[in-house]
Unconditional design. Structure first.
Length: 558
């Protein structure tokens, strides 16, 4: 089975996310590669929420538009998604509450009275999802022992009751297809947010600070759960202003620190970002992008904050911006972002979004490049200690309190090498140039990294240009159409040299973005590149390969 998609849907509060994860893990046990897309409203209960679990024999990082098997826990799931069903799809539904009208005779159905089972067993309503998971397993020809093993690992409360309910759902269903085991071993399943957190830990993270804001909140929860194992401090202050200033305090004391937020919260952090630039205090800032302006769509996705993080904060100072595209890149480049922040004493940004952060991927640690944890330039214990020593490359030696005999300044005002406030014009010019020199060194440093990925048909005359979470869908669509894919992972300092090399011989560039204005396309144009076509989506939902292939054909032939 090369590709197969399962949609499970119900009301918020039905445990759809957990159910999707269990289904994915069961299929992962069979050796398939997994991607899970989550869609949910910004409410605690009610509304409509669903997950799409896609399996394939090869690595995937996107879901598809059409559905092979629907698990409908309520009427909305059928009504809202029936137009996505493939011709010979399967529907498993609650026979008491879901009415299937207007479906093709080719579609197979299994109706099970989930509500009745729940009442008979005297368990909570949420166990309806356990029942339908088991019915799916039977319909897909998955052995009970495999499902039972996954349930025992994934369910931490009322396990025996869940197993009892699951067994009833399994026995009442019937096998309709057979999803055979693959010879390939399963790979760990991980979200992009978890990969970001683990990458930061790999690079020496000691403190994580955040005020919860979708879609970066799961990093806060994940690291809090892992805090004891990794020796972390995980802090939830009263506001994003406090988050940023507290982080700079930890950096001043010598602790590697990261913060997480979304656009609205980052608004409150921008003055602190400028403080990081002036005081040369390193910090990693994760910005989970979502549609705006203002509150926008809190639980959906976009790529609208590239210019925001590029120009955030008053004044001019160097920064590092990276936008990973899958779990492995999230892990690797989060670690590199931490290295860059401390090596150059600057703010480093990780641009994520809901599609990346909350998407579930297989994770192959063996495909990740080597990560060397770099230590900052240390002070030489000479007196007097010059916190802002004017070095040839602009990077000053770092010392941390309480170092005996050293006065360690951190000044938001313009200052001299000692950190003492100044308004002298010559010193002002000297220190501004000193700070900006670090970016020139960083550009040279980044020549040692693969800052631009190239995939697909390398000799094609048309290139699909993308960034961030669009990596997976662009790679799949372009591969089917015979196109080249160029994906800058580092967005600042702008990877001009590697982009020129990657686009050499290309006659047409089609830029794919999840925003309304084409922010990467504009940034490319600012550096002399001509973007021939733009394919933009800005309704909060991701591209699927089916939709993108159609749009790419039109753009390439137009």
């Amino acid at each position: 089975m090369d590709n197969f998609s399962i949609l499970i849907g119900g009301k918020a509060g039905f445990g759809i996310d957990k159910a999707g994860s269990i289904i994915g893990r069961a299929l992962n046990q069979l050796g398939y590669r997994i991607y899970i897309y989550r869609d949910y409203p910004s409410i605690i209960r009610g509304g409509h929420t669903f997950s799409v679990i896609r399996i394939s024999k090869k690595r995937i990082a996107t879901h598809r538009l059409n559905i092979d098997l629907m698990l409908a826990l309520n009427q909305d799931t059928f009504d809202l998604h029936k137009n996505k069903l493939n011709k010979q799809a399967i529907i498993i539904h609650d026979s008491n509450s879901v009415k299937l009208e207007g479906i093709s005779s080719d579609i197979l159905t299994i109706g099970i009275p989930f509500d009745a089972i729940i009442k008979e067993e005297g368990v909570g309503e949420i166990m309806r999802n356990t029942c339908i998971i088991a019915a799916f397993a039977k319909a897909a020809g998955i052995e009970w022992s495999i499902l039972e093993n996954v349930l025992k690992k994934e369910i931490t409360k009322e396990l025996e009751l869940n197993l009892k309910v699951a067994r009833r759902g399994y026995d009442q269903a019937k096998e309709l297809i057979k999803i055979d085991s693959q010879s390939t071993p399963g790979l760990p399943m991980i979200t992009g947010n978890q990969a970001i957190g683990l990458g930061l830990v790999k690079a020496g993270l000691k403190t994580y600070i955040a005020y919860p804001m979708t879609p970066s909140s799961p990093i806060l929860h994940f690291l809090a759960e892992q805090a004891q194992d990794f020796g972390l401090k995980v802090i939830h202050p009263e506001s994003e202003i406090s988050v940023m200033l507290m982080a700079l305090g930890f950096a001043y004391a010598g602790e590697k620190v990261a913060v997480g937020t979304s656009g609205g919260g980052f608004c409150l952090m921008t003055e602190g970002v400028s403080l990081s630039g002036m005081a040369e205090l390193p910090a990693v800032i994760i910005v989970g992008q979502r549609p705006g302006p203002s509150t926008g769509l809190p639980t959906y996705s976009s790529q609208t904050e590239l210019f925001f993080v590029l120009f955030a904060g008053q004044g001019e100072f160097p920064r590092f911006i990276v936008a990973p595209g899958d779990a492995e890149e999230s892990y690797y480049w989060s670690a590199i972002a931490m290295n860059m922040a401390w090596k150059y004493q600057i703010p480093a940004f990780i641009l994520s979004d809901k599609n990346l952060g909350e998407g579930v991927f297989n994770f192959d640690i063996d495909s990740v490049g080597e990560i060397k944890v770099e230590k900052p330039l240390a002070g030489d214990n000479k007196s007097p200690y010059k916190r802002y020593l004017n070095t040839p490359d602009g990077v000053s030696p770092l010392a941390f309190v309480p170092q005996q005999g050293a006065v360690i300044k951190a000044n938001s005002y313009e200052h001299d090498e000692l950190g003492i406030t100044t308004e002298d014009p010559q010193l002002t010019k000297l220190m501004q140039e000193k700070r900006l020199r670090k970016e020139k060194l960083m550009v040279q440093d980044l020549d040692n990294y693969k800052t631009v990925n190239v995939s697909g048909h390398l000799d094609a005359s048309t290139a699909v240009l993308c960034w961030g979470s669009n990596k997976g869908v662009c790679a799949e669509a372009a591969d089917n159409l015979g196109l080249k894919v160029v994906q800058p992972v580092v967005l600042w300092p702008f990877p001009l040299k590697q982009l020129k090399e990657s686009l050499s011989g290309v006659k047409k560039i089609i830029c794919v973005e999840n925003n309304a204005t084409g922010q990467l396309a504009k940034l490319m144009a600012d550096h002399g590149f001509t973007i021939d076509k733009k394919i933009l989506r800005y309704d909060g939902r991701p591209f699927t390969p089916d939709e993108l292939e159609t749009a790419l054909k039109e753009a390439d032939n137009g």
